[in-house]
Design a protein around this ligand. Structure first.
Ligand code: F6R
Length: 609
């Protein structure tokens, strides 16, 4: 959701900024821009469209030579996708340029105040208001002006600011939107996430809310907007460049679908103690005593992560026999939730920055809940604000459509359920059996991927259809929701997911001749019921695509198309069943000619509410 990059050092900034923007483009890609200080002269290039359009502009302008600059790739919030609304924005008085990720909520009042002071705006954005405010308050000290302005602001921001009158200073600040500072030797790279930093240094620190960092070529200083000094928490970035490159695949989504066997092995590594029949989750160690007292789990998330959380609810109730429920973070926060004693809130998030989930987590903590994180990005806001947690370890997810994070989340939630079960009542023997089953999953995902060619063929047959249904029951009801979400977000096909039984309570009216209806119909407790639901669809002319268990020949007589997954325990089946659905969405998007990794209107990491 908007990516920002900044550089100060001795190298020419422009190529670093452009390379950084390309790495961050998945966060927003409707327009982009770069500002560089050449001596005390501010140069700006902005363009609607992808980063490549800005590169072209820079070429036309002969390139920028300065060694201090900021850049931005945008996902529009305030104001349409026009060049005037592109970042960087500048003020009209003090030579300020600024890039921003987030939303300034009181921008209207600030704009009126600034207009009364004679400032003239050239965009519709909240960001320009902030640039003008900093310019208005500037009296020769950029850091001071930024702090004074931020004290007037409500909303969320990650900003990078420079000023024509101070060619040795870059000021960055954060509240609510992620930002980190990479520390190289005599140079600094600032970015929304590590992917734009890792090519230059592996030493970095994330900013906390209300932190401001003043960076010069000689060093940096961190303090709060109220001038209280802060010691940054330096960390070693563990990402390597290979992880964020395509490596022979056509798209990141495809690469990430194929990475699943490997990354799930990493998710499990060192966490399954087969001898003792127990799960070892280091991130929960300091919290083990509290967890034992847990009486209720609330899992909170959005989107794909919410679907994983729904499976987590089934797992906790089924395996650990503990009360669990799932809530959209966005709803939980505003509905006066009741948190009783010994309630654990689990925030499930790939990015660890999703504003809706983060706000729900804070609300739950304020109401006395214990807070756990199931997060991928190390050091992210949710990871830092939870009492304990388990990292997914699936590596950076660049494709906007979440795939490997989903299977990673379900895998971690399975381990969490077994961890709780073992502490509550499960014998080491039973747990050891579950661990063996779980350990076999990465190899079974590998096997499932072998059906890719067949999934593509099936997709080709139905790709022109504009309405699809995805149906499942029990553990695979959330899988059906996930299949529908994947299809709609990247192929723009209208798809609904629902419990298979719910169809006959209304949505069955949608079924017409040839409508593709995807059933997750693996062998399990509800198999016969699903077969009845398939018959209901068939008798109304729907075309059934079934995801079924290897060896199930009966299903061929009721479904037009069958996509097989290896046999597995029912509680593990979503991790396999989702794979053909991910592939189907991927192929549908490619066949329809869409940009798979940058679907329209979307952005990864939604850091606004
Ligand atoms: C869909 C997708 C989104 C995210 C959601 C939560 O493919 O990626 O639905 O799952 O925005 O994001 P995280 O997991 O980062 O909290």
């Amino acid at each position: 959701m908007c990516g920002i990059v900044g550089y100060i050092g001795s190298r020419v900034a422009q190529p670093l900024l452009i390379e950084g923007l390309k790495r961050l483009e998945y966060r927003g890609y409707d327009s982009a821009g770069v500002a560089v200080l050449e001596g005390d002269h501010l140069r700006i290039a902005r363009a609607v469209g992808r980063v490549a359009e800005v590169e072209e502009k820079l070429d036309q302008l002969g390139g920028f030579a300065g060694t201090l600059g900021i850049a931005h790739t945008r996902w529009a919030t305030h104001g349409g996708v026009t060049e005037a609304n592109c970042h960087p924005h500048r003020d009209d008085k003090s030579g300020i340029a600024l890039v921003h990720n987030g939303i300034i909520e009181n921008y209207a009042a600030l704009r009126t105040y600034l207009e009364e002071k004679g400032h003239v705006f050239s965009s519709e954005t909240d960001t320009e208001v902030l640039a003008m405010l900093i310019g208005e308050l500037y009296e020769g000290d950029l850091e001071k002006a930024v702090k004074a302005a931020l004290r007037e602001v409500t909303g969320a921001y990650a900003i990078a600011v420079l000023c024509e009158h101070d060619p040795n200073t870059l000021v960055v600040a954060r509240k609510g939107s992620p930002l980190m500072v990479g520390v190289g030797s005599g140079e600094y790279v600032v970015a929304s996430d590590a992917s734009a930093i890792i090519a230059h240094t592996s030493q970095a620190f994330p900013l906390d809310d209300y932190n401001v960092v003043r960076i010069t070529r000689e060093g940096f200083r961190t303090s709060t907007i109220n001038d209280v000094p802060v010691s940054p928490k330096m960390m070693q970035l563990e990402m390597d460049l290979e992880q964020i490159e395509l490596g022979g695949f056509s798209h990141f989504m495809q690469k990430e679908i194929y990475e699943q066997p490997k990354v799930l092995r990493t998710t499990l590594r060192g966490r399954l103690d087969h001898n003792e029949g127990r799960v070892i989750l280091g991130g929960l160690a300091s919290f083990a005593k509290e967890l034992i007292k847990a009486r209720r789990f609330i899992l909170t998330a959005q989107g794909t992560a919410l679907h994983a959380a729904m499976i987590g609810e089934y797992l906790l109730e089924d395996l650990a026999k503990i009360s669990a429920e799932v809530e959209y973070g966005s709803e939980f926060r505003y509905r006066n939730p009741i948190i009783e004693e010994n309630t654990v809130v689990v925030a499930v998030s790939q990015s660890g920055e999703t504003a809706d989930t983060l706000c729900a987590l804070r609300e739950a903590k304020d109401r006395g809940a214990m807070a756990l994180g199931v997060v991928n990005v190390v050091g992210s806001s949710i990871a830092r604000e939870t009492d304990a947690g388990v990292y997914l370890r699936v590596g950076p997810e660049v494709g906007v459509a979440s795939t490997k994070a989903f299977t990673g989340q379900v895998t971690v939630l399975t381990m969490l359920a077994l961890y709780m079960a073992r502490r509550r009542f499960m014998s080491p023997e039973v747990c050891a059996r579950c661990l063996r089953q779980l350990d076999e999953i990465p190899a079974k995902v590998e096997q499932t991927l072998e059906s890719d060619y067949r999934v593509r063929k099936v997709t080709e047959r139905y790709v022109e259809r504009d309405n699809w249904l995805f149906l499942g029951r029990g553990y695979n009801y959330p899988t059906a929701l996930e299949g529908a979400l994947k299809l709609k977000e990247i192929s723009y096909i209208h798809a609904e997911g629902m419990p298979a039984a719910e169809m006959k309570h209304g949505p069955i009216a949608l079924i017409d001749d040839g409508m593709p209806v995807v059933f997750i119909a693996n062998k399990g407790r509800q198999y016969d019921k699903v077969m009845s639901n398939i018959a209901e669809v068939r008798s109304r002319g729907g075309h059934v695509i079934a995801v079924a268990t290897e060896g199930d020949n009966d299903i061929k007589s009721v479904a037009e198309e069958v996509l097989y997954i290896p046999e597995c325990e029912e509680y593990l089946s979503p991790i396999l069943a989702v794979v053909p659905l991910q592939l189907m969405a991927y192929h549908a998007a490619v066949l329809r000619g869409h940009d798979v990794d940058k679907p329209r209107n979307l952005a990864k990491s939604v850091t606004v509410e």
